[in-house]
Design a protein around this ligand. Structure first.
Ligand SMILES: Cc1cc2nc3c(=O)[nH]c(=O)nc-3n(C[C@H](O)[C@H](O)[C@H](O)COP(=O)(O)OP(=O)(O)OC[C@H]3O[C@@H](n4cnc5c(N)ncnc54)[C@H](O)[C@@H]3O)c2cc1C
Ligand code: SF4
Length: 512
Protein backbone atom coordinates (compact mmCIF):
# COMPACT_ATOMS: atom_id res chain seq x y z
CA UNK A 1 0.00 0.00 0.00
CA UNK A 2 1.08 3.54 -0.75
CA UNK A 3 2.13 5.56 2.29
CA UNK A 4 -0.37 8.31 1.36
CA UNK A 5 -3.88 6.98 0.95
CA UNK A 6 -7.14 8.89 0.56
CA UNK A 7 -9.60 8.66 3.44
CA UNK A 8 -13.11 7.88 2.21
CA UNK A 9 -15.47 9.19 4.89
CA UNK A 10 -18.69 7.25 5.52
CA UNK A 11 -21.17 8.76 7.97
CA UNK A 12 -23.70 6.75 9.96
CA UNK A 13 -26.51 7.50 7.49
CA UNK A 14 -24.46 6.77 4.35
CA UNK A 15 -24.38 2.97 4.43
CA UNK A 16 -24.60 2.39 0.70
CA UNK A 17 -22.16 0.27 -1.28
CA UNK A 18 -23.22 2.16 -4.45
CA UNK A 19 -22.39 5.50 -2.82
CA UNK A 20 -20.64 8.10 -4.97
CA UNK A 21 -17.87 8.12 -2.34
CA UNK A 22 -16.80 4.68 -3.62
CA UNK A 23 -17.04 5.57 -7.34
CA UNK A 24 -13.28 5.53 -7.86
CA UNK A 25 -12.32 3.59 -4.73
CA UNK A 26 -8.89 2.04 -5.02
CA UNK A 27 -8.63 -0.94 -2.65
CA UNK A 28 -4.87 -0.85 -3.00
CA UNK A 29 -4.49 2.59 -1.46
CA UNK A 30 -7.74 4.01 -0.10
CA UNK A 31 -9.05 3.63 3.44
CA UNK A 32 -12.70 3.78 4.45
CA UNK A 33 -13.14 5.90 7.56
CA UNK A 34 -16.10 5.52 9.94
CA UNK A 35 -16.53 6.68 13.52
CA UNK A 36 -19.05 6.12 16.31
CA UNK A 37 -19.02 9.31 18.36
CA UNK A 38 -20.99 10.09 21.50
CA UNK A 39 -21.79 13.69 20.47
CA UNK A 40 -24.22 12.34 17.88
CA UNK A 41 -26.20 10.75 20.75
CA UNK A 42 -25.89 13.51 23.31
CA UNK A 43 -26.14 16.86 21.51
CA UNK A 44 -29.82 15.95 21.40
CA UNK A 45 -30.75 13.48 24.15
CA UNK A 46 -31.12 10.56 21.73
CA UNK A 47 -33.26 7.53 22.57
CA UNK A 48 -31.73 4.09 22.98
CA UNK A 49 -33.53 2.57 19.94
CA UNK A 50 -32.25 5.35 17.66
CA UNK A 51 -28.66 5.02 18.88
CA UNK A 52 -28.82 1.24 18.52
CA UNK A 53 -30.22 1.32 14.95
CA UNK A 54 -27.47 3.63 13.75
CA UNK A 55 -24.58 1.82 15.45
CA UNK A 56 -25.82 -1.68 14.60
CA UNK A 57 -26.23 -0.72 10.94
CA UNK A 58 -22.79 0.93 10.90
CA UNK A 59 -21.08 -2.16 12.33
CA UNK A 60 -22.81 -4.46 9.85
CA UNK A 61 -21.74 -2.15 7.03
CA UNK A 62 -18.18 -2.18 8.37
CA UNK A 63 -18.30 -5.98 8.24
CA UNK A 64 -19.61 -5.93 4.66
CA UNK A 65 -16.69 -3.70 3.62
CA UNK A 66 -14.22 -5.92 5.47
CA UNK A 67 -15.61 -8.91 3.60
CA UNK A 68 -14.64 -7.11 0.38
CA UNK A 69 -11.11 -6.89 1.69
CA UNK A 70 -11.21 -3.09 1.91
CA UNK A 71 -9.00 -1.34 4.39
CA UNK A 72 -10.89 0.36 7.20
CA UNK A 73 -10.32 2.82 9.98
CA UNK A 74 -13.40 2.16 12.13
CA UNK A 75 -13.54 3.84 15.52
CA UNK A 76 -15.91 2.31 18.04
CA UNK A 77 -17.81 4.32 20.65
CA UNK A 78 -15.67 5.74 23.43
CA UNK A 79 -12.56 6.74 21.51
CA UNK A 80 -13.58 10.23 20.40
CA UNK A 81 -16.62 12.28 21.32
CA UNK A 82 -16.87 14.32 18.09
CA UNK A 83 -16.55 13.57 14.38
CA UNK A 84 -14.02 16.35 13.99
CA UNK A 85 -11.77 14.99 16.75
CA UNK A 86 -11.99 11.45 15.36
CA UNK A 87 -11.19 12.64 11.85
CA UNK A 88 -8.25 14.80 12.90
CA UNK A 89 -6.69 11.92 14.82
CA UNK A 90 -7.08 9.60 11.80
CA UNK A 91 -5.47 12.20 9.53
CA UNK A 92 -2.50 12.34 11.89
CA UNK A 93 -2.22 8.57 11.82
CA UNK A 94 -2.65 7.90 8.06
CA UNK A 95 -1.35 11.16 6.58
CA UNK A 96 -3.83 10.97 3.68
CA UNK A 97 -3.47 13.03 0.50
CA UNK A 98 -7.16 13.99 0.52
CA UNK A 99 -10.58 13.29 1.98
CA UNK A 100 -13.60 12.10 0.01
CA UNK A 101 -17.22 12.16 1.17
CA UNK A 102 -20.82 12.29 0.02
CA UNK A 103 -22.53 15.48 1.22
CA UNK A 104 -23.81 15.00 4.80
CA UNK A 105 -27.54 14.84 5.59
CA UNK A 106 -27.21 17.43 8.31
CA UNK A 107 -26.03 20.99 7.78
CA UNK A 108 -23.97 21.19 10.98
CA UNK A 109 -22.22 17.85 10.33
CA UNK A 110 -21.15 19.07 6.89
CA UNK A 111 -19.82 22.26 8.48
CA UNK A 112 -17.95 20.28 11.12
CA UNK A 113 -16.20 18.09 8.57
CA UNK A 114 -15.36 20.96 6.26
CA UNK A 115 -13.83 22.86 9.19
CA UNK A 116 -11.81 19.79 10.25
CA UNK A 117 -10.51 19.38 6.69
CA UNK A 118 -9.35 23.00 6.71
CA UNK A 119 -7.64 22.47 10.07
CA UNK A 120 -5.69 19.46 8.84
CA UNK A 121 -5.02 21.28 5.58
CA UNK A 122 -6.39 18.58 3.30
CA UNK A 123 -8.54 18.87 0.17
CA UNK A 124 -12.09 17.59 0.75
CA UNK A 125 -13.88 16.14 -2.28
CA UNK A 126 -17.64 16.45 -1.50
CA UNK A 127 -19.86 14.40 -3.81
CA UNK A 128 -23.57 14.46 -4.63
CA UNK A 129 -25.77 12.06 -2.70
CA UNK A 130 -27.05 9.82 -5.51
CA UNK A 131 -29.47 8.05 -3.19
CA UNK A 132 -32.10 10.68 -3.96
CA UNK A 133 -34.17 11.07 -7.14
CA UNK A 134 -33.75 14.84 -7.03
CA UNK A 135 -30.40 16.54 -6.51
CA UNK A 136 -30.14 19.77 -4.55
CA UNK A 137 -29.44 21.53 -7.86
CA UNK A 138 -32.57 20.00 -9.47
CA UNK A 139 -34.62 21.25 -6.55
CA UNK A 140 -33.17 24.75 -6.89
CA UNK A 141 -34.27 24.66 -10.57
CA UNK A 142 -37.76 23.60 -9.53
CA UNK A 143 -37.93 26.52 -7.10
CA UNK A 144 -36.58 29.05 -9.58
CA UNK A 145 -39.21 31.62 -10.56
CA UNK A 146 -41.95 30.22 -8.30
CA UNK A 147 -43.64 32.52 -5.80
CA UNK A 148 -44.84 29.64 -3.69
CA UNK A 149 -43.73 26.06 -3.26
CA UNK A 150 -46.21 23.22 -3.05
CA UNK A 151 -45.40 19.52 -2.80
CA UNK A 152 -48.16 18.53 -5.24
CA UNK A 153 -46.55 20.38 -8.17
CA UNK A 154 -43.10 19.08 -7.31
CA UNK A 155 -44.51 15.55 -7.14
CA UNK A 156 -46.14 15.84 -10.57
CA UNK A 157 -42.83 16.97 -12.00
CA UNK A 158 -41.11 13.99 -10.38
CA UNK A 159 -43.68 11.60 -11.84
CA UNK A 160 -43.13 13.06 -15.30
CA UNK A 161 -39.37 13.02 -14.94
CA UNK A 162 -39.18 9.41 -13.73
CA UNK A 163 -42.14 7.99 -15.67
CA UNK A 164 -43.39 6.34 -12.46
CA UNK A 165 -47.12 5.47 -12.69
CA UNK A 166 -47.29 7.23 -16.05
CA UNK A 167 -48.62 6.07 -19.42
CA UNK A 168 -48.14 8.11 -22.59
CA UNK A 169 -47.24 11.21 -20.59
CA UNK A 170 -50.38 11.00 -18.43
CA UNK A 171 -50.85 9.74 -14.86
CA UNK A 172 -52.14 6.19 -14.75
CA UNK A 173 -55.78 6.18 -13.62
CA UNK A 174 -56.33 9.67 -15.04
CA UNK A 175 -55.43 11.60 -11.89
CA UNK A 176 -52.28 12.43 -9.98
CA UNK A 177 -53.58 11.94 -6.52
CA UNK A 178 -56.04 9.52 -4.90
CA UNK A 179 -56.02 11.12 -1.47
CA UNK A 180 -59.81 11.29 -1.23
CA UNK A 181 -59.82 7.44 -1.20
CA UNK A 182 -57.16 7.39 1.51
CA UNK A 183 -58.80 8.82 4.59
CA UNK A 184 -60.37 5.71 6.12
CA UNK A 185 -60.62 4.88 9.80
CA UNK A 186 -61.31 1.44 11.28
CA UNK A 187 -64.82 0.54 12.36
CA UNK A 188 -65.45 -0.14 16.01
CA UNK A 189 -63.99 -3.65 15.67
CA UNK A 190 -60.60 -2.24 14.81
CA UNK A 191 -58.10 -3.23 12.15
CA UNK A 192 -58.84 -6.97 12.34
CA UNK A 193 -56.41 -9.80 11.68
CA UNK A 194 -53.34 -9.00 9.65
CA UNK A 195 -49.96 -10.58 8.96
CA UNK A 196 -47.64 -8.76 11.37
CA UNK A 197 -44.51 -7.17 9.90
CA UNK A 198 -41.45 -9.35 9.47
CA UNK A 199 -39.17 -8.94 12.54
CA UNK A 200 -35.36 -8.93 12.43
CA UNK A 201 -34.18 -10.32 15.70
CA UNK A 202 -30.76 -9.06 16.78
CA UNK A 203 -27.78 -11.17 15.71
CA UNK A 204 -24.50 -11.27 17.64
CA UNK A 205 -23.27 -7.89 16.32
CA UNK A 206 -26.54 -6.15 17.13
CA UNK A 207 -26.74 -7.79 20.58
CA UNK A 208 -23.30 -6.38 21.39
CA UNK A 209 -24.49 -2.94 20.30
CA UNK A 210 -27.63 -3.25 22.43
CA UNK A 211 -25.54 -4.12 25.49
CA UNK A 212 -23.17 -1.21 24.80
CA UNK A 213 -26.09 1.24 24.45
CA UNK A 214 -27.79 -0.08 27.61
CA UNK A 215 -24.56 0.41 29.50
CA UNK A 216 -23.19 3.65 28.10
CA UNK A 217 -26.49 5.46 27.49
CA UNK A 218 -28.54 4.03 30.34
CA UNK A 219 -30.02 7.40 31.31
CA UNK A 220 -31.32 7.99 27.78
CA UNK A 221 -35.03 7.50 27.01
CA UNK A 222 -36.56 4.46 25.35
CA UNK A 223 -36.25 0.71 25.55
CA UNK A 224 -34.32 -1.94 23.62
CA UNK A 225 -36.37 -4.95 24.71
CA UNK A 226 -38.27 -5.18 21.41
CA UNK A 227 -35.50 -4.18 19.03
CA UNK A 228 -36.19 -5.79 15.65
CA UNK A 229 -35.27 -3.22 12.99
CA UNK A 230 -33.55 -4.21 9.73
CA UNK A 231 -29.89 -3.22 10.02
CA UNK A 232 -28.40 -4.63 6.80
CA UNK A 233 -29.22 -4.11 3.13
CA UNK A 234 -30.46 -7.71 2.85
CA UNK A 235 -32.79 -7.32 5.82
CA UNK A 236 -34.06 -3.99 4.47
CA UNK A 237 -34.92 -5.70 1.16
CA UNK A 238 -36.76 -8.47 3.02
CA UNK A 239 -38.69 -5.82 4.97
CA UNK A 240 -39.67 -4.19 1.66
CA UNK A 241 -40.95 -7.44 0.17
CA UNK A 242 -42.84 -8.27 3.34
CA UNK A 243 -44.59 -4.89 3.16
CA UNK A 244 -45.43 -5.24 -0.53
CA UNK A 245 -46.89 -8.71 -0.04
CA UNK A 246 -48.84 -8.14 3.15
CA UNK A 247 -49.62 -4.47 3.79
CA UNK A 248 -49.32 -2.29 0.70
CA UNK A 249 -52.80 -3.15 -0.58
CA UNK A 250 -54.45 -1.53 2.47
CA UNK A 251 -51.78 1.15 3.04
CA UNK A 252 -53.72 3.89 1.27
CA UNK A 253 -57.11 3.38 2.82
CA UNK A 254 -55.78 3.23 6.38
CA UNK A 255 -52.70 5.44 6.23
CA UNK A 256 -54.24 8.02 8.58
CA UNK A 257 -55.95 5.57 10.96
CA UNK A 258 -54.76 4.84 14.51
CA UNK A 259 -55.54 2.05 16.95
CA UNK A 260 -54.36 1.42 20.53
CA UNK A 261 -51.48 -1.08 20.83
CA UNK A 262 -51.23 -1.37 17.03
CA UNK A 263 -48.10 0.58 16.12
CA UNK A 264 -47.56 -0.79 12.60
CA UNK A 265 -51.01 -1.24 11.06
CA UNK A 266 -50.47 -1.04 7.26
CA UNK A 267 -47.28 1.03 7.34
CA UNK A 268 -44.02 -0.06 5.74
CA UNK A 269 -41.48 0.50 8.58
CA UNK A 270 -38.95 1.34 5.86
CA UNK A 271 -38.01 4.90 6.77
CA UNK A 272 -34.98 4.06 8.94
CA UNK A 273 -33.62 1.60 6.36
CA UNK A 274 -34.00 4.19 3.60
CA UNK A 275 -32.59 7.06 5.65
CA UNK A 276 -29.51 5.03 6.59
CA UNK A 277 -29.22 4.29 2.82
CA UNK A 278 -29.50 0.54 3.32
CA UNK A 279 -32.39 0.63 0.88
CA UNK A 280 -32.57 2.51 -2.41
CA UNK A 281 -35.85 4.46 -2.78
CA UNK A 282 -35.86 3.51 -6.49
CA UNK A 283 -36.10 -0.14 -5.51
CA UNK A 284 -38.99 0.68 -3.17
CA UNK A 285 -40.89 2.67 -5.80
CA UNK A 286 -40.33 0.03 -8.51
CA UNK A 287 -41.52 -2.76 -6.18
CA UNK A 288 -44.70 -0.81 -5.35
CA UNK A 289 -45.39 0.01 -9.00
CA UNK A 290 -44.89 -3.64 -9.98
CA UNK A 291 -47.35 -4.68 -7.26
CA UNK A 292 -49.97 -2.48 -8.92
CA UNK A 293 -49.34 -3.95 -12.38
CA UNK A 294 -49.39 -7.48 -10.91
CA UNK A 295 -52.77 -6.83 -9.27
CA UNK A 296 -51.35 -7.22 -5.74
CA UNK A 297 -52.39 -3.72 -4.65
CA UNK A 298 -54.92 -1.14 -5.91
CA UNK A 299 -53.84 2.08 -7.58
CA UNK A 300 -55.00 4.34 -4.72
CA UNK A 301 -52.74 2.52 -2.25
CA UNK A 302 -49.77 2.32 -4.59
CA UNK A 303 -50.04 5.96 -5.65
CA UNK A 304 -50.46 7.04 -2.01
CA UNK A 305 -47.37 5.10 -0.98
CA UNK A 306 -45.24 6.25 -3.93
CA UNK A 307 -46.24 9.87 -3.25
CA UNK A 308 -44.71 9.61 0.22
CA UNK A 309 -41.36 8.60 -1.24
CA UNK A 310 -41.11 10.20 -4.67
CA UNK A 311 -43.01 13.27 -3.44
CA UNK A 312 -42.78 14.10 0.25
CA UNK A 313 -39.42 12.53 1.04
CA UNK A 314 -37.67 14.31 -1.84
CA UNK A 315 -39.57 17.53 -1.29
CA UNK A 316 -38.70 17.90 2.40
CA UNK A 317 -35.05 17.33 1.61
CA UNK A 318 -35.22 20.10 -1.01
CA UNK A 319 -36.86 22.46 1.50
CA UNK A 320 -34.24 21.63 4.13
CA UNK A 321 -31.24 22.48 1.94
CA UNK A 322 -32.96 25.48 0.41
CA UNK A 323 -33.55 27.11 3.80
CA UNK A 324 -30.73 25.94 6.06
CA UNK A 325 -29.07 27.14 8.24
CA UNK A 326 -31.72 29.78 9.14
CA UNK A 327 -34.64 27.37 8.96
CA UNK A 328 -34.01 25.85 12.38
CA UNK A 329 -34.36 29.30 14.00
CA UNK A 330 -37.84 29.98 12.66
CA UNK A 331 -40.72 30.56 15.04
CA UNK A 332 -43.48 32.19 12.99
CA UNK A 333 -46.18 31.70 15.63
CA UNK A 334 -43.95 33.00 18.46
CA UNK A 335 -44.33 29.85 20.55
CA UNK A 336 -42.15 29.80 23.64
CA UNK A 337 -43.47 27.18 26.09
CA UNK A 338 -41.15 24.37 27.24
CA UNK A 339 -41.95 20.82 26.12
CA UNK A 340 -44.19 19.14 28.73
CA UNK A 341 -42.06 16.60 30.66
CA UNK A 342 -44.43 13.71 29.86
CA UNK A 343 -43.06 13.63 26.29
CA UNK A 344 -39.99 11.89 27.74
CA UNK A 345 -41.82 9.47 30.05
CA UNK A 346 -45.11 8.78 28.30
CA UNK A 347 -46.90 9.31 31.61
CA UNK A 348 -50.01 11.32 30.93
CA UNK A 349 -53.74 10.96 31.51
CA UNK A 350 -54.51 11.74 27.84
CA UNK A 351 -55.04 8.31 26.23
CA UNK A 352 -54.08 9.28 22.68
CA UNK A 353 -50.79 10.83 23.79
CA UNK A 354 -50.06 7.98 26.18
CA UNK A 355 -50.53 5.44 23.33
CA UNK A 356 -48.37 7.37 20.85
CA UNK A 357 -45.63 8.13 23.39
CA UNK A 358 -45.54 4.61 24.84
CA UNK A 359 -44.90 3.05 21.43
CA UNK A 360 -42.46 5.82 20.50
CA UNK A 361 -40.34 5.07 23.56
CA UNK A 362 -40.70 1.31 23.18
CA UNK A 363 -39.92 1.00 19.45
CA UNK A 364 -38.59 4.39 18.35
CA UNK A 365 -41.55 4.48 15.97
CA UNK A 366 -44.88 6.20 15.44
CA UNK A 367 -46.60 6.52 12.11
CA UNK A 368 -47.15 9.80 10.32
CA UNK A 369 -50.56 10.72 11.72
CA UNK A 370 -49.50 9.93 15.27
CA UNK A 371 -46.51 12.26 14.79
CA UNK A 372 -48.52 14.97 13.05
CA UNK A 373 -51.94 14.84 14.69
CA UNK A 374 -51.18 13.59 18.20
CA UNK A 375 -47.70 14.44 19.50
CA UNK A 376 -47.16 17.27 17.01
CA UNK A 377 -50.67 18.70 17.30
CA UNK A 378 -50.53 18.85 21.09
CA UNK A 379 -47.15 20.64 21.04
CA UNK A 380 -48.47 23.12 18.46
CA UNK A 381 -51.67 23.88 20.36
CA UNK A 382 -49.84 24.05 23.68
CA UNK A 383 -47.42 26.59 22.18
CA UNK A 384 -44.14 24.71 22.65
CA UNK A 385 -41.02 26.40 21.31
CA UNK A 386 -40.56 24.73 17.88
CA UNK A 387 -36.85 24.21 18.49
CA UNK A 388 -37.69 22.07 21.56
CA UNK A 389 -40.21 20.09 19.51
CA UNK A 390 -37.59 19.59 16.79
CA UNK A 391 -35.03 18.33 19.31
CA UNK A 392 -37.52 15.84 20.73
CA UNK A 393 -38.40 14.41 17.29
CA UNK A 394 -34.75 14.20 16.33
CA UNK A 395 -34.03 12.33 19.55
CA UNK A 396 -36.74 9.70 19.70
CA UNK A 397 -37.40 8.17 16.27
CA UNK A 398 -35.18 5.52 14.69
CA UNK A 399 -35.59 7.20 11.29
CA UNK A 400 -34.70 10.69 12.51
CA UNK A 401 -32.12 12.48 10.36
CA UNK A 402 -32.25 16.26 10.30
CA UNK A 403 -32.91 16.78 6.56
CA UNK A 404 -36.22 14.91 6.86
CA UNK A 405 -37.11 15.47 10.51
CA UNK A 406 -36.74 19.27 10.61
CA UNK A 407 -39.08 20.32 7.76
CA UNK A 408 -41.66 17.79 8.95
CA UNK A 409 -41.52 18.98 12.54
CA UNK A 410 -40.81 22.67 12.39
CA UNK A 411 -42.61 23.24 9.09
CA UNK A 412 -45.40 20.75 8.55
CA UNK A 413 -46.29 20.03 12.15
CA UNK A 414 -45.56 23.30 14.02
CA UNK A 415 -46.13 25.81 11.17
CA UNK A 416 -43.07 27.61 12.53
CA UNK A 417 -41.82 28.37 9.00
CA UNK A 418 -44.98 30.44 8.40
CA UNK A 419 -46.21 28.38 5.46
CA UNK A 420 -43.21 27.03 3.54
CA UNK A 421 -44.14 23.38 4.14
CA UNK A 422 -47.86 23.60 4.80
CA UNK A 423 -50.43 25.98 3.38
CA UNK A 424 -52.09 26.29 6.81
CA UNK A 425 -51.43 25.10 10.35
CA UNK A 426 -52.54 21.48 10.90
CA UNK A 427 -54.85 22.30 13.80
CA UNK A 428 -57.81 20.25 14.93
CA UNK A 429 -59.73 19.53 18.10
CA UNK A 430 -59.88 16.18 19.92
CA UNK A 431 -62.74 15.22 17.59
CA UNK A 432 -60.24 14.51 14.82
CA UNK A 433 -58.49 11.98 17.06
CA UNK A 434 -61.85 10.51 18.03
CA UNK A 435 -62.71 10.00 14.35
CA UNK A 436 -59.38 8.41 13.43
CA UNK A 437 -58.72 6.19 16.49
CA UNK A 438 -60.24 4.35 19.41
CA UNK A 439 -58.27 6.36 22.01
CA UNK A 440 -61.13 8.60 23.13
CA UNK A 441 -63.48 5.73 23.97
CA UNK A 442 -61.65 4.92 27.20
CA UNK A 443 -60.27 8.37 27.96
CA UNK A 444 -61.20 10.38 31.03
CA UNK A 445 -61.77 13.39 28.76
CA UNK A 446 -64.50 14.11 26.23
CA UNK A 447 -63.33 15.40 22.83
CA UNK A 448 -66.61 17.28 22.35
CA UNK A 449 -66.07 19.45 25.42
CA UNK A 450 -63.78 22.47 25.55
CA UNK A 451 -64.50 23.60 29.11
CA UNK A 452 -65.39 21.91 32.37
CA UNK A 453 -63.86 18.94 34.23
CA UNK A 454 -64.18 16.52 31.30
CA UNK A 455 -62.93 18.93 28.64
CA UNK A 456 -60.42 17.34 26.26
CA UNK A 457 -57.14 19.30 26.47
CA UNK A 458 -56.78 19.12 22.67
CA UNK A 459 -60.21 20.69 22.20
CA UNK A 460 -59.60 23.41 24.77
CA UNK A 461 -56.21 24.28 23.31
CA UNK A 462 -57.55 24.15 19.76
CA UNK A 463 -60.05 26.96 20.41
CA UNK A 464 -57.47 28.83 22.44
CA UNK A 465 -55.01 28.57 19.52
CA UNK A 466 -57.58 30.05 17.14
CA UNK A 467 -58.34 32.83 19.62
CA UNK A 468 -54.66 33.63 20.15
CA UNK A 469 -53.78 33.68 16.46
CA UNK A 470 -57.05 34.90 14.95
CA UNK A 471 -55.64 38.12 13.44
CA UNK A 472 -52.77 36.29 11.70
CA UNK A 473 -54.92 33.34 10.59
CA UNK A 474 -57.55 35.64 9.06
CA UNK A 475 -55.10 36.36 6.25
CA UNK A 476 -55.18 32.68 5.29
CA UNK A 477 -58.14 31.76 3.09
CA UNK A 478 -57.79 28.08 4.01
CA UNK A 479 -58.55 28.86 7.67
CA UNK A 480 -61.88 30.54 6.91
CA UNK A 481 -64.11 27.58 7.89
CA UNK A 482 -62.37 27.18 11.22
CA UNK A 483 -62.54 30.90 11.93
CA UNK A 484 -66.21 30.99 10.98
CA UNK A 485 -66.85 28.43 13.73
CA UNK A 486 -64.76 30.48 16.13
CA UNK A 487 -66.91 33.54 15.40
CA UNK A 488 -69.91 31.66 16.86
CA UNK A 489 -68.37 31.72 20.35
CA UNK A 490 -69.59 34.55 22.56
CA UNK A 491 -67.40 36.49 24.99
CA UNK A 492 -68.15 34.33 28.01
CA UNK A 493 -67.36 31.15 26.09
CA UNK A 494 -64.09 32.66 24.89
CA UNK A 495 -63.14 33.68 28.41
CA UNK A 496 -63.95 30.22 29.78
CA UNK A 497 -61.80 28.57 27.08
CA UNK A 498 -58.90 30.91 27.79
CA UNK A 499 -59.10 30.17 31.53
CA UNK A 500 -59.27 26.44 30.93
CA UNK A 501 -56.31 26.61 28.51
CA UNK A 502 -54.28 28.34 31.21
CA UNK A 503 -55.09 25.51 33.62
CA UNK A 504 -54.18 22.89 30.98
CA UNK A 505 -50.78 24.52 30.43
CA UNK A 506 -50.14 24.78 34.17
CA UNK A 507 -51.12 21.14 34.72
CA UNK A 508 -48.98 19.65 31.97
CA UNK A 509 -45.97 21.85 32.59
CA UNK A 510 -45.54 19.97 35.87
CA UNK A 511 -46.40 16.33 35.32
CA UNK A 512 -49.07 13.94 34.06
C1 LIG B 1 -43.46 15.77 13.09
C2 LIG B 1 -42.97 14.74 12.12
C3 LIG B 1 -41.66 14.31 12.18
C4 LIG B 1 -41.19 13.36 11.24
N1 LIG B 1 -39.88 12.97 11.31
C5 LIG B 1 -39.41 12.08 10.41
C6 LIG B 1 -38.06 11.64 10.45
O1 LIG B 1 -37.29 12.06 11.32
N2 LIG B 1 -37.63 10.75 9.53
C7 LIG B 1 -38.48 10.26 8.57
O2 LIG B 1 -38.05 9.45 7.75
N3 LIG B 1 -39.75 10.67 8.49
C8 LIG B 1 -40.26 11.55 9.39
N4 LIG B 1 -41.57 11.93 9.32
C9 LIG B 1 -42.40 11.44 8.21
C10 LIG B 1 -43.18 10.14 8.49
O3 LIG B 1 -43.89 10.28 9.69
C11 LIG B 1 -42.26 8.92 8.59
O4 LIG B 1 -41.46 8.85 7.43
C12 LIG B 1 -43.06 7.63 8.66
O5 LIG B 1 -43.93 7.67 9.75
C13 LIG B 1 -42.11 6.45 8.78
O6 LIG B 1 -42.81 5.24 8.95
P1 LIG B 1 -42.94 4.18 7.77
O7 LIG B 1 -41.62 3.86 7.22
O8 LIG B 1 -43.76 3.03 8.31
O9 LIG B 1 -43.72 5.03 6.71
P2 LIG B 1 -44.93 4.75 5.73
O10 LIG B 1 -46.16 5.33 6.31
O11 LIG B 1 -44.97 3.33 5.34
O12 LIG B 1 -44.53 5.65 4.47
C14 LIG B 1 -43.61 5.19 3.48
C15 LIG B 1 -42.38 6.03 3.39
O13 LIG B 1 -42.67 7.31 2.89
C16 LIG B 1 -41.75 8.27 3.41
N5 LIG B 1 -42.51 9.34 4.04
C17 LIG B 1 -43.79 9.30 4.46
N6 LIG B 1 -44.18 10.51 4.90
C18 LIG B 1 -43.12 11.32 4.77
C19 LIG B 1 -42.88 12.69 5.07
N7 LIG B 1 -43.83 13.47 5.59
N8 LIG B 1 -41.66 13.17 4.83
C20 LIG B 1 -40.68 12.41 4.31
N9 LIG B 1 -40.85 11.11 4.00
C21 LIG B 1 -42.06 10.58 4.22
C22 LIG B 1 -40.88 7.55 4.43
O14 LIG B 1 -39.64 7.28 3.85
C23 LIG B 1 -41.65 6.26 4.71
O15 LIG B 1 -40.82 5.18 5.03
C24 LIG B 1 -42.06 12.85 10.25
C25 LIG B 1 -43.38 13.29 10.21
C26 LIG B 1 -43.83 14.23 11.13
C27 LIG B 1 -45.25 14.69 11.05
S1 SF4 C 1 -60.49 12.67 24.65
FE1 SF4 C 1 -58.89 14.10 24.03
S2 SF4 C 1 -57.13 13.55 25.28
FE2 SF4 C 1 -58.56 11.85 25.40
S3 SF4 C 1 -57.92 10.43 23.79
FE3 SF4 C 1 -59.48 11.77 22.91
S4 SF4 C 1 -58.34 13.44 21.97
FE4 SF4 C 1 -56.94 12.41 23.36
Amino acid sequence: MSSSPRLILVLGDQLDLKSAAFEDFDPKTDIVWMAEVSDESTKVWTSKPRIAVFIAAMRHFRDALKARGWKLDYQEMGVHSSLAAALKSSCKKWKPTSLVMVHAGEWSVQQEIEAAAVEVNLPLDVREDLHFFCTRGDFANHVDGRKQLRMEFFYREMRQKTGVLMAEGKPIGGQWNFDHDNRGSFGKNGPGLRVLPRRFLPDFVTREVIEMVKDRFKEHPGSLDDFDWPVTADEAREALHDFIQHRLSDFGQYQDAMWTNEPWLYHSRLSAAMNLKLLDPREVVVAAEKAYHAGIAPLASVEGFIRQILGWREYVRGVYWLHMPDYVERNAMQAHEPLPPFYWSGETDMNCLRDALAQTLRYGYAHHIQRLMVTGLFALLYGVDPRKVHEWYLAVYVDAVEWVELPNTLGMSQYADGGVMASKPYVASGKYIQRMSNSCAGCRFDPAQSTGPKACPFTTLYWDYLLQHEPALKKNQRMSMQLKNLARLDDSQRKAIQNQAKTVRETYSQSA
